[in-house]
Design a protein around this ligand. Structure first.
Ligand SMILES: NC(=O)c1ccc[n+]([C@@H]2O[C@H](COP(=O)([O-])OP(=O)(O)OC[C@H]3O[C@@H](n4cnc5c(N)ncnc54)[C@H](O)[C@@H]3O)[C@@H](O)[C@H]2O)c1
Length: 358
């Protein structure tokens, strides 16, 4: 894995021989459970879901003591044996729960996005920065076998200087139900941009070497979802966008184009991510391909990357960071910078002007 571990600021007491974790939120939390269950000397000792019936049934399925299926994260955090948590709740709860967990002396992996708002992300960043515990963003696409291999090509200089990224996640029909937390801005922070775009943008930005973002110019739409829900006769809050396009500029002169939708009259769903440099380009999605010109001819490589899934690999990395007291590949600062880009895109969509990112 293309990771350069850096020790956390001050070494904590000896890392635990066995890592005891808790999972907060049991939707995508299931993928975290699968990751932990593949690792030696790691035990899921508790979980939290506000829905007690769901918490109990998931605990039974996962083999977690039902007495440790809590409805409040504070009860989980009070378990003495707990070392770490996965924060897998709706977006608006990420920052507060992660802050509570760090303050309780627990390591944290936080699902994407870092928070529902930039203000919440800043609060979490400030706590994570001062903490001796591992804080890791769950940017699972960075940990896949193919993206890790592509990163090696890039770091070896084989694509030259990367100056253009083109990425997006476009769904023709893929909007959540009316009234769900996903479609309620106060809970989600936004629609497909913060839900799907965060994956595509983070992947392109990380592959490009995490250049400093300086501005965003965007158009943000909400034209089809209100029509669709009226047609379906399904009431409920839906105050987020259904599509967005953005142009992000970076201090080194590079740029990223990003496109997202939950609902769009487009031929089909696509998740794509391409990065282009002075010596070659590559696509990480929808297929792994390297494109170069050599001796006056176009050359495409389709390396056979190891078949390693992002979720199990990110969980293994999180546990490794706990054991070795090192900074993860996806840091709190990465979470904050991606939130700054998303926030600037939303503000540009509202104002119709380019927005400076500080
Ligand atoms: N990395 C990925 O590929 C990926 C995929 C899906 C979702 N996510 C992220 O994971 C998070 C959860 O998404 P989801 O799809 O699992 O949502 P979901 O609605 O399916 O599940 C969320 C769960 O959290 C529970 N919950 C709500 N409030 C809670 C609280 N205060 N404490 C504990 N549990 C609480 C809900 O009852 C529900 O069971 C979101 O931030 C989402 O962006 C990431």
């Amino acid at each position: 894995m293309a990771v350069r571990p850096r020790p956390l600021k001050s070494a904590e007491s000896k890392p635990p021989a066995r890592v005891n974790v808790g999972i907060i939120g049991t939707g995508i939390g299931g993928a975290h459970f699968d990751g932990y269950s593949k690792l030696k000397n790691v035990r899921v000792v508790g979980l939290v879901d506000v829905d007690p019936a769901r918490g109990k049934s998931v605990a039974e399925r996962w083999g977690v003591p039902v007495a440790h299926a809590f409805t409040s994260h504070q009860d989980l955090l009070s378990l003495k044996e707990l070392d770490a948590v996965s924060v897998c709740t709706p977006n608006y709860l990420h920052a507060q729960i992660a802050i509570d967990a760090l303050n309780a002396g627990k390591h944290v992996i936080c699902e994407k996005p870092m928070a529902a708002t930039l203000a919440q992300a800043n609060e979490l960043f400030n706590v994570a920065k001062k903490s001796d515990k591992v804080f890791m963003m769950g940017y699972n696409n960075r940990y896949r076998g193919d993206t890790q291999l592509l990163k090696k090509y890039i770091e070896a200089g084989e694509l030259g200087d990367l100056y253009y990224g083109k990425c997006g996640w476009v769904r023709r029909h893929g909007a959540p139900g009316p009234g769900s937390w996903f479609s309620t801005k106060s809970m989600s922070g936004g629609g497909p941009l913060i839900d799907l775009g965060v994956h595509a943008l983070d992947l392109a930005w990380w592959l490009m070497g995490k250049p400093k973002p300086v501005s965003a110019s965007a158009s943000v739409f909400n034209l089809l979802m209100p029509q669709e829900w009226e047609r379906l006769g399904r009431p409920g809050t839906m105050d987020v966008e259904d599509a967005a396009v953005a142009h992000i500029r970076f201090a080194n002169g590079a740029a990223v184009l990003l496109e997202v939708s939950w609902l769009l009259h487009t031929p089909k769903e696509s998740f794509y991510c391409q990065v282009m440099g002075t010596k070659g380009g590559a696509s990480a999605e929808p297929e792994f391909r390297i494109c170069q010109d050599k001796h006056g001819a176009e050359v495409d490589l389709t390396p056979r990357a190891p078949n390693i899934g992002g979720h199990p690999a990110e969980i293994a990395h999180f546990v490794q960071c706990i054991r070795t007291n090192t900074q993860p590949l996806s840091t709190a600062e990465d979470g904050l910078l991606v939130m700054k880009m998303l926030d600037a895109i939303y503000r540009s969509g509202e104002s119709g002007k380019a927005v400076t990112i500080r």
